[in-house]
Design a protein. Structure first.
Length: 152
């Protein structure tokens, strides 16, 4: 896999805090624009078209989508470690969980890994430490369904 992409979550000012309709398992039932900081594990969403994002449109994973969140973890607390350190930490953390989720080695997969991760602003202002790892098709195509155990 090549061409790693990443999205930096930026705090939305004056957000309405919209929460998408979800079923009993937490799956999104209808496309909804939400704050990037409100994305959940297993959510699917479409490319917001920018590196720094305030909001994204989550969609049911049964509909065509660009990204699927497959893992989340917290970065260690403390002073902001710097952009390079955060990028290395998200990549290493996400990559470790890629093969167990997809069922294929990262360098043999048709999928790439991406993340939504804290910026210096969200780290300092919101105490944001969460990294949301997602998979996306290397060729930029939209996927339908989950990549869990897809073996691609």
């Amino acid at each position: 896999a090549v061409g790693v992409t990443a999205l930096a979550a930026v705090a939305a000012c004056g957000s309405d805090g919209a929460e998408p309709p979800r079923d009993s398992t937490g799956q999104v039932l209808a496309p909804t624009t939400i704050d990037a900081l409100d994305i959940h594990l297993a959510d699917c969403f479409n490319n917001p078209g920018a590196e720094s994002v305030e909001q994204v449109t989550v969609v049911p994973c049964t509909e065509p989508h660009d990204f699927e969140v497959f893992y989340s973890f917290q970065l260690d607390d403390g002073p902001y470690p710097g952009d390079d350190a955060v990028q290395k930490q998200w990549f290493d953390g996400c990559l470790a969980e890629f093969e167990p989720f997809v069922g294929t080695k990262f360098d043999e997969s048709a999928l790439d890994v991406s993340a939504i991760y804290p910026t210096e602003q969200t780290w300092n202002d919101l105490k944001d430490r969460e990294v949301l790892c997602s998979v996306t098709a290397i060729d930029g195509s939209r996927r339908t369904g989950s990549a869990r155990n897809a073996g691609i």
